[in-house]
Ligand binder design. Structure first.
Ligand SMILES: Cc1cc2nc3c(=O)[nH]c(=O)nc-3n(C[C@H](O)[C@H](O)[C@H](O)COP(=O)(O)OP(=O)(O)OC[C@H]3O[C@@H](n4cnc5c(N)ncnc54)[C@H](O)[C@@H]3O)c2cc1C
Length: 444
């Protein structure tokens, strides 16, 4: 496994799923498949599922660890619309009409995740209270202007929640008002991944675990020989089509793509069960993030724990160090939780592109890819699976819309340092804006 794959510390999700987690074996002998997908995150699994729905029967997926080992099984569990590229920048870059279409596809993807949960009967603790964007700076005018822009530019109606109402939903003096995203929800992502794996296996899709693809080579254009050769440590596979979906966990397998990806970490910790205290803090069970660039994200879990996430870094930290930084953030919002015990702390890699849009397409060698989802992946990876599967089966209409965002060099090591520096600069900007806000007293 590449160094990027190693994160010390087990996630709460793994503990929660326990022995229900499906463990997939390595391939034992050489096999040819119509399509091989590299990467067992949501981009890979969603592509496999949509290909199966479109009638492709011979599919294999290779994951270097076990499915969900990467960001898709370790994330905050917020399922909401949009891309890593801020919504307003999306409509500027793509134009109003195309921006609306692209954004609309992610809203549809949120519904697709929900439909899959229902139709495949995946027990992933989906919570429909949804996601609230809370205002850190006590600036109603800015929030209302943002709400208006989302409506005007993207036709996306967010619901305004004023300060008194917001205090009914979050027992913290930290925030002003909030916006609620209709249709959004939160869930246990590793359970969702596991549910997809189970459904795919039942449909005859081969899923190989502990099977890092060590090299990938185009051998011939002659279909009878297979187009691609893929080497794992236990078998050589071949395939007519290959889709690479390795996210922030690989930069070396296919250099044209790898050089366009910047692996960036973010961290999560879960508290001990809080009992009734959690219902007092978040009476309606919303998932929360805020208007800072360097925002916190958190949500209640069914067993009354609080899952707390935040920070962006180029470092894989140990659980104790993660706990330390996240405790500081937590107590700014809920000072009464200063002494609370964290029982799990972990992180994961996200694959960032310079333009903050995912890379969906087929490169000149014929290799398909769906990668670079940055910090916003539950809906876009689902959409990407649909779009790439459609393209493989002959309909490139939606894929075309993503060709504006090609793989561009993410800056290598210098890019990593730049990303960290940018994050710190924005943290300072957030702190300045907080200091300079109209009322520096807690918002009551
Ligand atoms: C801590 C954290 C919190 C987040 N919170 C949210 C959130 O709340 N909501 C949201 O929408 N998004 C969130 N994200 C982002 C989201 O999780 C990602 O954008 C999304 O999961 C990316 O999916 P993926 O399939 O592209 O990548 P991944 O899920 O990372 O999957 C890539 C897989 O490829 C495998 N792989 C790599 N190289 C090889 C190889 N050579 N051979 C075989 N397999 C290989 C890896 O092991 C990995 O499992 C968060 C991310 C993190 C890390």
């Amino acid at each position: 496994m590449s160094l990027l794959g190693v994160w010390p510390g087990k996630s709460f999700y793994e503990t929660d799923l326990g022995s229900d987690r499906i463990i997939c074996p390595k391939p034992k002998k050489a096999r040819h498949h119509q399509v091989v997908i590299i990467g067992g995150g949501l981009a890979g699994l969603s592509t496999a599922w949509r290909l199966h729905e479109l009638g492709i029967t011979d599919i294999a997926l290779c994951e270097q660890g076990q499915p969900g080992e990467g960001a898709s099984g370790r994330n905050g569990g917020f399922v909401f619309a949009g891309y890593s590229l801020p919504n307003q920048a999306l409509s500027k870059q793509a134009g109003l009409e195309e921006g609306q279409t692209l954004h609309g596809w992610t809203r549809q993807a949120v519904r697709t995740v929900r439909q899959r949960i229902e139709s495949l009967q995946i027990d992933c603790q989906a919570n429909d209270s949804g996601v609230l964007l809370t205002d850190w700076f006590g600036d109603d005018d800015a929030l209302l202007a943002f709400q208006q822009a989302m409506q005007d530019d993207l036709g996306f109606p967010l619901t305004f929640i004023d300060r008194p109402q917001c205090r009914q939903l979050i027992q913290s003096q930290r925030y002003g008002s909030a916006l609620h995203e209709p249709g959004s929800f939160h869930f246990q992502p590793l359970r969702y991944v596991n549910g997809l794996v189970k459904a795919l296996l039942a449909e005859g899709v081969e899923i190989y675990g502990q099977s890092p693809i060590e090299s990938l080579e185009r051998i011939t254009r002659n279909p009878s020989n297979g187009h691609w050769r893929l080497i794992t440590d236990s078998a050589v596979l071949s395939a007519d089509e290959v889709v690479i979906t390795t996210g922030g966990y690989d930069t070396r397998l296919w250099p044209r793509l790898g050089r366009a990806i910047q692996p960036i970490a973010t961290y999560i910790a879960t508290t001990e069960p809080l009992g009734d205290r959690i219902h007092a803090l978040l009476p309606k069970g919303h998932a929360i993030y805020d208007t800072r660039f360097a925002f916190d994200y958190y949500r209640p879990l069914p067993d009354t724990r609080l899952l707390w996430g935040g920070r962006i870094s180029i470092q894989a930290r140990k659980p104790r160090a993660i706990e330390k930084v996240l405790r500081r953030d937590l107590t700014k919002v809920f000072p009464e939780l200063g002494e609370v015990h964290f029982d799990h702390a972990w992180g994961g890699w996200m694959g960032y592109t310079r333009h903050q849009m995912p890379l969906l397409g087929q490169d000149p060698s014929g290799l398909w890819h769906a990668t670079g989802f940055g910090g916003h992946g539950m809906a876009p990876t689902t959409l990407a699976g649909d779009v790439v599967a459609e393209a493989i089966t002959g309909n490139r209409d939606r894929l075309q819309a993503f060709q504006r965002w090609q793989p561009v060099w993410a800056g290598g090591l210098a890019g990593r340092a730049w990303a960290q520096g940018t994050y710190w600069a924005y943290q300072l900007k957030d702190a300045w804006r907080d200091w300079a806000k109209p009322s520096r007293r807690p918002i009551g």
